[in-house]
Design a protein around this ligand. Structure first.
Ligand code: PEP
Length: 265
């Protein structure tokens, strides 16, 4: 299971050091050895370098992901952070198309495809987020919204695989109404969307799904038992390193086979 903490626009250098110290002092790592659990942290861009170094210095087997990447790779694009910048500092993955970027910063499906392709080509693990809003769900539009978001991504992944790119690829079902609301999607909600996305498109390899939206230590066990899931993308709850460790331990105890592994290089 791939467990990814999305820190969003939170944390400071001091808090990051405390967080990494808590992880480093935990005895969990021995128990995770040989398990299928991988942990990822997605800090804001400004702290990526600090987190990469902090993890290396503490010898923690954690993957660092960016919360976004530019569609451009270099040049006169003030304020942007490109894939070569992320690669240069040792980032291994990138969250793409998060609903907060779609909603507040005009992220488009076209850009999501470009960013996914850049990630796969760079052997950087992409986590492509998708999901419907509460009003779209109420109006029975869940599948049509999911289709419009996933279809272009599917075509891009297919082309990348045809070009011989084999990097791991994750989809994160993050219904907008569940994010930060305290109201998680039920296993049945997640299952019907995962089933739809798996069956509607002829993926070159079966898609690996993460779920995100109000995941906590209270619900992670029941959500983990869902065979469709390969992990979780979690915001608020995992701003607390103890909660991340507790969740990792709960998921470890289930010892469930998962669809896709992430390699830590
Ligand atoms: C997220 O923003 O990716 C997320 C899942 O947030 P939360 O866990 O706070 O709902």
């Amino acid at each position: 299971m791939f467990l990814v903490a999305n820190w969003k626009m939170n944390m400071t250098r001091a808090l990051i050091d405390e967080y990494l110290d808590v992880l480093s002092e935990s005895s969990i790592w021995g128990t995770l050895d040989g398990s299928r659990i991988r942990i990822g942290i997605a800090p804001s861009h400004v702290y990526l370098d600090h987190v990469v170094l902090g993890i290396q210095n503490r010898d923690l087997p954690i993957i660092v992901l960016a919360q976004d990447v530019s569609t451009r790779t270099s040049g006169a694009f003030t304020g942007e952070v490109g894939m070569p910048n992320l690669l240069d500092i040792g980032v291994k993955g990138v969250v793409i198309g998060h609903s907060e970027r779609r909603r507040f910063f005009h992220e488009t499906d076209e850009n999501v495809v470009i960013k996914t392709d850049l990630s796969l080509s760079a052997d950087m693990v992409p986590i492509v987020c998708f999901g419907e809003s509460g009003s779209q769900r109420k109006r029975g539009k869940t599948f049509s919204v999911v289709k419009s978001q996933i279809e272009p991504v599917f075509k891009g992944v297919k082309k990348a695989r045809e070009r011989g790119i084999t990097s791991p690829f994750y989809l994160a079902y993050e219904p907008v109404w569940a994010i930060g609301s305290g109201q998680n999607a039920t296993p049945a909600d997640i299952h019907e969307v995962a089933k739809y996305v798996s069956e509607e498109f002829s993926w070159p390899d079966p898609p690996a799904f993460l779920y995100g939206g109000s995941v906590s230590s209270d619900n992670i066990r029941s959500l983990s038992s869902l065979g469709d899931l390969s992990g979780f993308l979690v915001g608020s709850a995992w701003l607390d390193p103890h909660a991340l460790l507790h969740s990792a331990d709960l998921v470890r105890q289930l010892n469930r086979p998962v669809r896709e592994g992430v390699h830590v290089k």
